[in-house]
Ligand binder design. Structure first.
Ligand code: URA
Length: 268
């Protein structure tokens, strides 16, 4: 993936990041002559702006980047630790995201080294802290390829709150996926192997190895694990090892989620 400095940036990207429209929609606004930079209409699509210096208007109204913070969605492959450096020299997710273009990026929480899927990155420490705080109840959905086929009673234990060695897990949404369910594909691309099944689990806690431990507690070892949602964000069709910026709607959803509410402590 190529890397470049954040500023100057392409005008259509600036408009999209500011939440004016999608990248394509922003291009349409430009070619329609509705966008001005420093009072001059700019319709050429390759034009660049420096958000720190230039004044951008759309239909005469000034547009600015919400808070300058970046949110990226990475489809994490297996074999990468979810940190920006590793004392043991293992491959880090840092290699997979544009840290030169966006200095200060870091992952919001962690996935195990062998887990694939949605890892959100941001430069916004406060938002990350809020999203990870237990009181926020940010839901995450996983697909887990497990040995054996859980019974209805076992699935019910996940739904009511299975007991783990460090306390009871909060009730989860759980179901065994049918063969062909698209949610099963990331962990069973060639079909579900004999004597295995795929469980979809939606939880709002983030204890270490939580999904693996919950499924082990009902007697089913996890063979592969993939996350496809994190709060309001869905992974979408990002290829393994690649990233995308969040859309304007997703950014708004994150901002609505973390809002200006103070982070409550566990016992408040
Ligand atoms: N639960 C796990 O067990 N592993 C992960 O990577 C994420 C959730």
């Amino acid at each position: 993936m190529t890397d470049e400095r954040i500023y100057p940036m392409r005008l259509q990207r600036f408009l999209a990041r500011a939440g004016v429209a999608s990248r394509r929609g922003s291009e349409n606004l430009m070619t329609a002559g509705r966008v001005c930079v420093n009072g001059v209409v700019v319709s050429e699509l390759g034009s660049k702006v420096d958000p720190l210096v230039d004044v951008v208007t759309v239909d005469g109204r000034q547009v600015s980047l919400a808070d300058g913070h970046i949110y990226l969605v990475l489809n994490k492959p297996r074999g990468y630790v979810s940190t920006m450096s590793d004392p043991h020299g293992r491959p880090c997710v840092k290699k997979l995201v544009p840290t030169t273009r966006y200095p200060g990026l870091f992952p919001v929480g962690r996935l195990d080294i062998d887990t694939t899927g949605l890892l959100l990155f941001t430069t916004n420490g406060d938002a990350a802290q809020r999203m990870l705080h237990p009181s926020m109840h940010v839901w995450k959905r996983y697909a887990a390829l497990v040995r054996g086929v859980p019974t209805a009673a076992q699935i019910e234990r996940l739904r009511t709150g299975v007991r783990l060695d460090d306390g009871r897990a909060q009730p989860a949404e759980a179901e065994v996926l049918k063969a062909g369910d698209p949610r099963a594909l990331p962990v069973a691309p060639e079909g579900i192997p004999h004597a295995h099944s795929v469980v979809s689990l939606r939880i709002h806690e983030g204890k270490k190895h939580q999904v693996k431990r919950m499924l082990k507690a009902i007697g089913h070892e996890v063979v592969r694990l993939h996350r496809d949602t994190f709060g309001p964000i869905e992974l979408g069709d990002v290829a393994l090892g690649c990233w995308r910026e969040v859309t304007a709607d997703e950014r708004k959803a994150i901002e609505d989620l973390v809002g200006n509410r103070p982070t409550r402590t566990e016992d408040s």
